[in-house]
Design a binder for this molecule. Structure first.
Ligand code: FES
Length: 263
């Protein structure tokens, strides 16, 4: 959703028929939230800069061509925004269909079941069927490696369980880059990056040979908290299941600001 604009001249606009006034520099998505309208999203987060990669938050604005991402579009005086109509619903459903087509369909046994933003968004946009064939083992790179009998190859990325606190399962990654941005913006560590393009793009902990344990990762957990799927998952959740209740607290000991989830 992007960092909220806290100052700036007031700007008034209309979103789905509701008038809202927010500070200049506020994103359309945040202005919509102020009006009680939740625009579907996957890559945006309350505590990070907007990135505009998932294309779920598309809106229509009177007098403007195309369907801009509401998370990266700043408000303007007199703007008239539409967040819900048949065209937008179709587009969001199509985007979600593509995400799900390359995602393992093991929700019932997945550690994130019931606490997965991808699952929530699929429901929110009304996705019931996927027209594209899902790979057998999640992730096209994994699928192709298996199909071709190639075994581990340049595209095949096994699960990284090297970190004592969390696992990284690339087959569940939607490359929203929230983990990379959390590492940079929330923690200032710069341990993660995105490598490759298209289906081969993936989150990497530093050099291609690094695993999380040997990378610059400081195990603060910011990436795990930012992940909208089970790609980065706490080992305790995998072993014990999703807690019924959790409290996130920030350690004030050294000034780094590591966050911990107490369950
Ligand atoms: Fe706006 Fe992802 S939430 S593009």
């Amino acid at each position: 959703m992007g960092t909220p604009a806290r100052s700036g001249a007031p700007v008034s606009l209309t979103i789905d028929g509701f008038e809202v006034t927010v500070p200049e520099g506020t994103s359309v998505m945040r202005a919509a939230a102020e009006a009680g309208i939740q625009v579907p999203k996957l890559c945006a987060s309350d505590n990070m800069e907007a990135f505009g990669s998932c294309r779920l938050c598309l809106v229509e604005i009177d007098g403007r061509r195309g369907t801009p991402a509401s998370c990266t579009t700043p408000v303007a005086e007199g703007m008239v925004v539409h967040t819900q109509n048949e065209k937008l619903r179709r587009m969001r459903k199509g985007v979600m269909e593509l995400y799900i087509s390359d995602h393992p369909l093991d929700c019932l046994t997945c550690a994130a079941n019931g606490d997965c933003e991808l699952q929530d968004m699929a429901g929110a946009v009304g996705l019931r069927d996927v027209r594209y064939k899902a790979p057998e083992n999640g992730g096209l790179a994994n699928h192709f490696a298996q199909r071709d009998g190639a075994g581990p190859n340049a595209n095949y990325i096994p699960k990284d369980e090297s970190n004592p606190y969390f696992t990284y399962d690339p087959s569940k990654c939607i490359v929203c880059s929230r983990c990379v941005r959390a590492c940079e913006e929330v923690q200032g560590t710069f341990a993660l990056t995105i490598e490759g393009r298209g289906f081969d793009s993936r989150v990497s902990a530093g050099a291609a040979t690094d695993d999380f344990l040997t990378s610059d990762c400081v195990s603060c957990g910011a990436c795990v908290q930012a992940c909208p799927t089970a790609t980065l998952q706490e080992k305790s959740v995998i072993e014990l299941g999703t807690p019924e209740r959790s409290v996130i607290t920030t350690c004030a000991y050294c000034g780094v600001g590591c966050s911990f989830k107490a369950e």
